[in-house]
Design a protein around this ligand. Structure first.
Ligand SMILES: NC(=O)c1ccc[n+]([C@@H]2O[C@H](COP(=O)([O-])OP(=O)(O)OC[C@H]3O[C@@H](n4cnc5c(N)ncnc54)[C@H](O)[C@@H]3O)[C@@H](O)[C@H]2O)c1
Length: 388
């Protein structure tokens, strides 16, 4: 019996051969919430984009490594909400509690039905205490086997959009990607692609991954990072800073109702800014995090940044900023880029965290770089001058 298990796990760890270059990118999604809704809408909104068109807002490349946006085909989707499970993805993305702006309502039937995932720790207990329209309503259905469904669907890539704090659920989907031989993009702050143990699993299996915790196009993190870098570059000493965020979607509700779920989100967001400072600040002097749930804001996130420092002659300088963004479309363009970069990794048979893409697109990558440097590294990766 013991022999059998050892053989089985050895078989599981075998490296996945490189994928065939070009053609479709078969995409699976775990968690069809607001971010996934924006992603799916974007795939259809920009289905006719060609290389010679004006650059699509939110992208660095219209065509990336030969891949068009329309090459991305959704082949499998997993969720646990009874208003989404069993429906075609084209309908399910508009079901409550999703509340993000609809910029592409005209989506044809995709022919992919949302399948029931294992709930595990995806739905926090406190989510029961809110009106149906604002919260998750778990379906009373038997979960499918994720690895088997991924294999059946022929997926190349699984993108995870689990709610913050879903340690077990995220690990379950990451393991299913490994078992099915599928690349993994982790958009949320449970550490997989930046965790030594998990990253090694992907390296050993010859599968690329990008993570963790997506950095939006122009969101609180990138703005705070760039300003921190600017202060450091111009020789201004930063003494204190905060970044407060409020919003009215389920992402905020989930984090606001149970502070313990926030732990890794806070680490991820704080590290993303700390890494750009000339000198690290003490815990008391740097405060970053999701701060409150304001239902009427829906998917509109408002961020307040304050920075206090000293310039020449120790003379004080203060900066106050308010940023208001629709949260979910803000990350969808970055994910469309990450999907195509991951497919290049799959085509080349690269295993492990794609260092360049993770540094540019994720708040908590395996290795932090300035955003400028990370962008250069991505171009080198596309040109084949950099392995990861
Ligand atoms: N909006 C952004 O730009 C942004 C930026 C950085 C990180 N993120 C992170 O991305 C993640 C997704 O964000 P969102 O706004 O789409 O959240 P959301 O709350 O709208 O969606 C989460 C979805 O996951 C489903 N779900 C819960 N448990 C599940 C399970 N076990 N299996 C399958 N599905 C499950 C829910 O039913 C829901 O549809 C969050 O962790 C968020 O913090 C978002």
């Amino acid at each position: 019996m013991a022999k059998k298990t050892a053989k089985k796990s050895l078989k599981k760890a075998a490296a996945v051969p490189a994928k065939k270059k070009g053609g479709e990118i078969k995409l699976a999604i775990a968690g069809l919430g607001n971010c996934a809704s924006s992603l799916v809408q974007g795939i259809y909104y920009y289905k006719d984009v060609k290389d010679d068109d004006e650059l699509v807002p939110g992208l660095m490349h219209n065509i990336l490594g030969g891949y068009k946006i329309s090459d991305i085909k959704i082949v499998a989707v997993f969720d646990v909400d009874k208003r989404k499970v069993g429906k075609d993805v084209s309908e399910a993305i508009f079901e409550k509690p999703n509340c993000t702006k609809i910029f592409c309502s005209n989506i044809p039937k995709i022919g992919v039905t949302v399948k029931m995932g294992p709930i595990l720790d995806g739905v926090a207990d406190h989510m029961k205490n809110y009106p149906d329209d604002q919260t998750f309503l778990p379906a009373d259905k038997k979960p499918v086997n994720i690895a088997e469904e991924l294999k059946k669907s022929g997926a190349d890539i699984l993108v995870s959009y689990m709610p913050v704090g879903s340690q077990k659920a995220t690990e379950h989907y990451a393991q299913a990607a490994l078992d099915a031989g599928v690349g993994f993009i982790n958009c949320m702050p449970v550490f997989i692609c930046s965790d030594e143990k998990w990253e090694k699993k992907f390296r050993d299996r010859g599968l690329p991954c990008i993570g963790d915790d997506i950095k939006s196009q122009i969101g609180a993190t990138i703005t705070h990072r760039i300003l921190s870098h600017l202060f450091a570059e111009r020789g201004v000493t930063i003494d204190r800073s905060y970044q407060l965020n409020v919003g009215g979607n389920t992402d905020f509700l989930n984090m606001y109702g149970e502070r313990a779920r926030l732990k890794t989100k806070k680490v991820s967001k704080t590290e993303a800014v700390e890494s750009q400072l000339a000198k690290r600040l003490s815990y008391d002097n740097l405060h970053i995090g999701p701060s409150d749930y304001v239902p009427f804001l829906k998917d509109n996130k408002v961020c307040f940044i304050r920075m206090e420092g000293r310039k020449f002659g120790n003379v004080p300088i203060e900066l106050e900023l308010r940023l208001s963004v629709e949260d979910s479309p803000n990350s969808a363009g970055c994910v469309i880029e990450a999907i195509r970069l991951l497919k290049i990794g799959l085509d080349r048979g690269v295993g492990g965290s794609l260092i360049s893409s993770s540094a540019y697109f994720m708040k908590h990558p395996i290795q932090q770089f300035t955003d400028e440097k990370a962008r250069e590294m991505i171009e080198e990766f596309i040109d084949g001058k950099r392995e990861r």
